[in-house]
Every structure is written in C-alpha cells, then in structure tokens.
Design a protein around this ligand. Structure first.
Ligand SMILES: *Cc1c(COP(=O)(O)O)cnc(C)c1O
Length: 389
C-alpha cells in the first residue's frame, strides 16, 4: 500500500503506508539508503530522467517511504522532509510568501517560529502580524489585501488554547490566502489538519513521529493546490533529511498510535490529579471537560497528546527550585514527544494578547512510565517543597 485508501482507519494507515517490502526482498522496513550519486542504466534514462531516484538530495526509497506514509496519514497530496521541525515551519512560510506579502501568525506559536518571522522573513520584506489564538472568524478584521497566509498552531505552545481552524480557514480561503498549521501536538492521528481547512500541515517529527528523543526531522504535507509549490520550494532550497533520520522517523511512526493513546491516558490522569492539588492554580489541557478549549477540541480533534500546561499558585523561586530539582522521573529539558516524562518552566513571548498568570507556568510531558509512579514522584516533590517553605 502506497497511498491513503480512504476507508482505512489511521492506525492501519500508520502501519502500512509507504512500505516497499516487495522491492526489498520482502524486508518489512525500507532500509537506510545512503546515497549521493545514483547511477543511471544508460544515456537515454539519464537524458529523460525517467527513473524514480535521480540524486541523493532529491530522495531515495527511505525518504520516499516516509513521505508516502506521512502523506497518507495527513490525507494530503505531497509531503517533503526537512532537517528539523523549525525548518519545516520556515519552508511552509517560504512556499507561500513573497516580498511585499503579509502573514498572520498566531500569538501562541512555538517561540522559534516567531523568531523566524521577526528576524528572517522581515529581511525579505515579508511582514508578520500576531493574532489572538481565540480570534476565530474575527481574523477577517486583520486581513490586508496582501495577506498571503494565516499561520495556526492548535493548541497553542505552552498555554494550549484551541483555535477555531475551520472558521479561520473560511476567512483565509475567501480572501485567497493559504492556511499553514503546525500540527505537532496532535499529529495527523488526532487532528486531520487538511480536512479542517489547512492547506499545509507541518510536523516537528522530532516529537511524536520520532517518538524516542533521538532524531531531529520535520515534515510538511500540502493539499493538491499547493503540492507543486511546496515541492519546488523544498527542491530549490536544497533541503535534505538524511536516510538515517527518515528511517528513524518512519520506525517511530509505525508505533505512534499506541504510544499516543498511552501518552493521552497518562496525561489525563496527571492533569486530573494535579488539578485537585492545593499547590496548583489551574491545568491547561483541552481534554479536561472544564478547559475553555474543550468544546472546540471535542468538535475538531479525535484525541489529546501527552503535553499540557500547569500554573502553580504563586511561590518564591526557591520553592519552585526545590520542587523541580526533587523530581526523579520528570527530566528537565526541551523538546518532547519521546517516551520519557519531562517538565520545564514555560517562558511566554506574546505580543498580541497578554496571558494572565499569577504563579509559575510549567509544561509537562507525560511519558510512557506508569502513571502511579509519576504521581508518586510529583507527590514527593510537593512534599519537599512544602517542607522547605
Ligand atoms: C519542537 C517544535 C517545533 C520545532 O521542531 P524541531 O524539530 O525541534 O526544530 C515546531 N513546532 C512545535 C509546536 C514544536 O513543539
């Protein structure tokens, strides 16, 4: 199976799409091809380029397997692979924007996305305006004649607001603008971005697709209207994700459905437990019934991943240090989506609409450990924090 047969469930597509066993002696996984030069049979085939693979940078069976699998899962027309998730974000923006254009970018985007807009796009005469993640159809008021794209990330990085993507896409498409969506949190398994109105679905495959904290890679999948433009921008930029990294991403993708289900289950247990704690002001996780984004999440998503936010009641920095340093099962480090639990302080970079938080804001990734063990770890951390207060 190479494409996305419509009647198959996503779990089945994740298991089968992009496999090329018959071309590889029956071997289940497409092997790692390391290639620069690819030899042509004869002069005629070289002149016509009528061969599936032409040069290492342009792809091998390893990269193609991953691209086909992601295309099938996203339900799109074409996927390209990039050396990082940030590069996938940048590539999608460069595919749609030219000098003199305007792009609307959600205020809750991943911080380096904002940096790319402010420090790079601006140098090429592309202006970014940040908008409230809850703006919905009112984004109309920010549209300019030269607005070429609306960039979404739902739920938002660090504060987890759910965007009304179909409403935003309705406005964008009526004005001939493209919708770019960073779909890293939900993955195509839990949010069918293209079906909800995005023209480009972006994955930091470094996170859940890779799933083991050992690979940096990104993907961009576009619908039919944008497939050629995406491919050209990718090809002309000289981007390349290595065979080894594509292999690791594809290996992760095969088990993503079961991992995500477990991440979700554990995140819900932790979120509910934390919400009941006296040290906690609120939990930011759209899967919780009383989260402000719950209704939209329920309407548009089919699941929640393992990443959520947490606001503590105001405490001195020393107490926060005691809590964080006491945790044994939650690592402190950036990125997420691997098998392990993580916790970091959240640093916001908003300009469109401030986020009101009185106490420290944290971000938790629920890993694949036993939920009871994770709760016990948090419990001893809170106990030490209390003893130190
Ligand atoms: C991590 C992340 C990225 C960037 O991915 P890298 O592979 O680290 O470059 C982009 N968007 C979101 C939402 C992320 O969390």
């Amino acid at each position: 199976m190479a494409g996305g047969e419509k009647d198959l469930k996503k779990e089945t597509i994740a298991t089968h799409a992009g496999r090329m066993s018959a071309e590889h002696f029956g071997v289940v996984n497409t092997p790692v091809y390391r290639a620069s030069t690819i030899l042509y049979r004869d002069l005629k085939s070289l002149a016509s380029a009528d061969v599936p693979y032409t040069y290492g940078r342009r792809g091998t069976p390893t990269t193609q397997s991953l691209e086909l699998a992601v295309t099938a899962l996203e339900g799109g027309a074409r996927t390209v692979t990039c050396p990082s998730g940030l590069n996938a974000v940048a590539l999608a923006m460069l595919a749609v924007c030219s000098a003199g254009d305007h792009i609307l970018v959600v205020d809750t985007c991943y911080a380096p996305t904002r940096q790319f807009c402010d420090k790079m796009l601006s140098r090429f005469g592309i202006e970014a305006t940040y908008y409230d993640p809850l703006i919905g159809a009112d984004i109309e008021t920010l549209m300019r004649p030269n607005t070429r794209a609306i960039f979404c990330e739902s739920p938002g990085s660090l504060t987890f607001e759910v965007q009304d993507v179909p409403a935003i896409a309705g406005v964008a498409h009526a004005r001939n603008a493209a919708v770019l969506l960073d779909n890293t949190w939900a993955t195509p398994l839990y949010f069918p971005a293209l079906q909800r109105g995005a023209d480009y679905s972006i994955q930091a495959a470094t996170k859940y697709i890779g799933g083991h904290a050992d690979v940096m890679i990104g993907t961009v999948c576009a619908n039919e209207n944008h497939a050629q433009r995406l491919w050209e921008t990718w090809a002309f930029s000289g981007l390349y994700a290595s065979g080894d990294d594509c292999f690791l991403a594809l290996r992760g993708l095969r088990t993503m459905a079961v991992r995500l289900a477990r991440h979700q289950e554990t995140a819900l247990v932790l979120a509910r437990w934390l919400k009941a704690r006296p040290e906690v002001e609120r939990v930011l996780y759209p899967a919780l019934e009383d989260d402000p984004g719950h209704a939209l999440w329920k309407r548009d998503f089919t699941g929640a991943s393992g990443l959520f936010g947490l606001e503590l009641k105001p405490i001195p920095l020393a107490e926060l240090e005691t809590l964080m340093n006491a945790l044994k099962l939650f690592g402190m480090g950036f990125s997420w989506g691997g098998y392990e639990s993580l916790i970091v302080p959240a640093k916001l970079h908003r300009t469109a609409k401030p986020f009101e938080a009185k106490g420290p804001l944290l971000r938790i990734h629920a890993g694949l450990e036993d939920a009871g063990d994770l709760i016990a770890d948090l419990e001893q951390g809170f106990a030490l924090m209390k003893a130190a207060s």
